[in-house]
Design a protein around this ligand. Sequence first.
Ligand code: T5A
Length: 211
Amino acid sequence: MSGNRGRLILIEGLDRTGKTTQCTLLSKDLNFEYYKFPNRETPIGKIINEYLTKNMKLSDQSIHLLFSSNRWELQKIIKNKLDAGIDCILDRYVYSGLAYSAAKNVEGMDLKWCLQPDIGLLKPDLTIFLTNDSYKDNKGFGEEIYENTQFQDSVKEKFKKIFSISFEEEEYLNYHFKNVNVTGLGIEEVNKIIVDIVSNHQLNNNEYLYY
Ligand code: T5A
């Protein structure tokens, strides 16, 4: 690798909080490469899509491993972009994998277990977590398998735990994490906040972070 590497930025949040809207705008505004997870176009992504749209049943462990595998499918492509100095934006990633699977409260599938298949993946230089108290009113909520209010409340609790020092490293939370409450804010207002945060986040050095 020659020169400075690109930055890896992640936007996370519950269903329908506006992640895809914001990632799309950011990729246009700041010329980022955009990667959405799950990527439903890959061979593994197609199976994930069948599961999410309630056309296929899978065990909780199997679907968890497929989500992780879907991230590994794209890892080399993303790393090559970063090596070439190109900034990349991720729409969901490892934290969604942890929060949604652990929220099922299946015996043995705690956060520690859920993280295992993702160990070794690139870790974002910046994670922006969107919270929206009225996400359930957004268009389309309720169509897919995890889009019910009770389950989303359980996912919210897991995200809260993940982004606390009981799970994530304090140094990561202090320097690589931002919580943005978008309740009541329009798309353009949220975009302005996010562009501002991303523009001001510089890399300390050229070393990559890993899970
Ligand atoms: N999952 C995912 C796992 O279980 N494990 C994993 O490892 C991963 C990666 C699919 C599901 O998979 C789970 C989590 C999910 O349940 P997905 O493909 O990201 O994940 O789901 P999508 O349905 O594509 O996306 P979301 O439901 O998460 O929606 P977004 O991206 O948060 O919201 P967005 O931008 O599509 O906006 C939704 C609607 O709201 C409007 C938009 O115009 C749109 O109509 N909107 C706003 N309206 C008013 N004010 C604003 N500020 C708005 N921002 C957006």
